[in-house]
Design a protein around this ligand. Structure first.
Ligand SMILES: NC(=O)c1ccc[n+]([C@@H]2O[C@H](COP(=O)([O-])OP(=O)(O)OC[C@H]3O[C@@H](n4cnc5c(N)ncnc54)[C@H](OP(=O)(O)O)[C@@H]3O)[C@@H](O)[C@H]2O)c1
Length: 293
């Protein structure tokens, strides 16, 4: 008989981690969380020994507060968390034969001549080409090495969106800005994608997956749907990328990811992820139903 899965979530106090925990609990799964620093090898090994997980879900890392600009001024800390820590945890899990799912980022690309707006999305095999932010740089470098661990599944999220207006939600962020750029991007609607992450982890899938809803959606399209379904009185103003550059320290990645590999894999398990415009409608309808304003 197959062993009953035991999940251990790293970065236990984080935003994505909280969603994962709630989801696993709702599915009646055994789930533990930890806040042990990933770079502390002895403590990581001791925690793995104590909990004896069959699956580690790594949702830990420096994301910066209030945003990724923080990483520009805290480079050593960012390297220790996003590179040394992330690799150490993958390595410890490898040595103990534990499957690991890493909640990584797709913010490692930028539109270019071969991947223009409206053109083909970036594949999992494409080399990272966005080096405008130190956060993204650390994430791209660590992925290059981590992908060699045969026990590891790497899921590239982008601009994650929850069904509430939590401060980490991409919609909350852009709804609060004085001005927003208007560029199509791949986004991850957590309600659609997190169940898929559990499915892939349980089947011990490995390798890299672009982990977003299919397609790309512009900021204005997102905000228009937000206005239609959630906040009718909402208005917003746009500005250009050049104007945006004056008010941020680190650059922000804008790109579309190709989700063909993910869609094909999930089809094997009878799971479908809705196209991004449809997914946003569903998300905002759930918000409206729950009375979120
Ligand atoms: N939110 C996004 O926009 C987004 C987009 C794409 C990908 N992701 C990725 O998804 C993952 C989760 O993101 P999130 O939004 O949930 O971030 P979050 O709310 O900032 O949570 C990350 C958690 O990781 C912990 N952490 C940081 N360094 C650690 C270390 N070395 N060892 C152990 N724990 C550590 C943090 O704890 P402390 O606060 O105590 O340091 C925090 O509780 C991250 O890897 C992030 O890069 C996020």
């Amino acid at each position: 008989m197959a062993t009953k899965p035991v999940f251990l979530i790293w970065g236990g106090e984080g935003w994505v981690a909280g969603h994962l925990k709630a989801l696993l609990e709702s599915q009646g799964k055994e789930v533990h969380t930890t806040t042990i620093r990933m770079q502390n090898r002895e403590a990581v090994l001791a925690e793995l020994e104590k909990v004896k997980p069959t699956h580690v879900l790594n949702a830990a890392g420096s994301t910066g507060r209030p945003n990724v600009d923080w990483c520009e001024d805290h480079k050593e800390e960012t390297v220790r968390n996003n590179v040394i820590g992330t690799l150490n945890l993958a390595d410890c899990c490898f040595l103990k034969g534990i499957h690991t799912t890493v909640f990584a980022t797709g913010c490692i690309y930028a539109y270019d001549e071969t991947h223009p707006i409206g053109g083909p999305g970036y594949l999992e095999t494409d080399k990272a080409n966005f080096n405008g932010s130190f956060y993204s740089e650390t994430k791209a470098h660590v992925e290059e090495i981590m992908k060699f661990y045969s026990n590891t599944l790497i899921l590239r999220l982008r601009m994650p969106v929850s069904d509430d207006l939590h401060s980490r939600n991409f919609v909350t962020k852009i709804a609060k800005y004085d001005r927003v750029v208007d560029i199509p991007n791949s986004n991850t609607i957590l309600t659609d994608l997190l169940p898929a992450s559990i499915l892939l982890a349980e089947h011990k899938e490995t390798g890299i997956y672009n982990f977003t809803n299919p397609g790309a959606i512009s900021h204005n399209e997102v905000l228009a749907l937000f206005k239609e379904f959630v906040r009718p009185e909402f208005t917003w103003k746009n500005f250009t990328l050049d104007e945006q550059a004056k008010v941020i320290k680190a650059g922000r990645s804008n790109c579309k990811l190709d989700t063909t590999k993910l869609e094909k894999k999930l089809k094997e398990y009878g799971y479908t992820v809705p196209e991004i415009h449809e997914a946003y409608k569903g998300c905002f309808q759930r918000m409206a139903k729950a009375g979120v304003k």
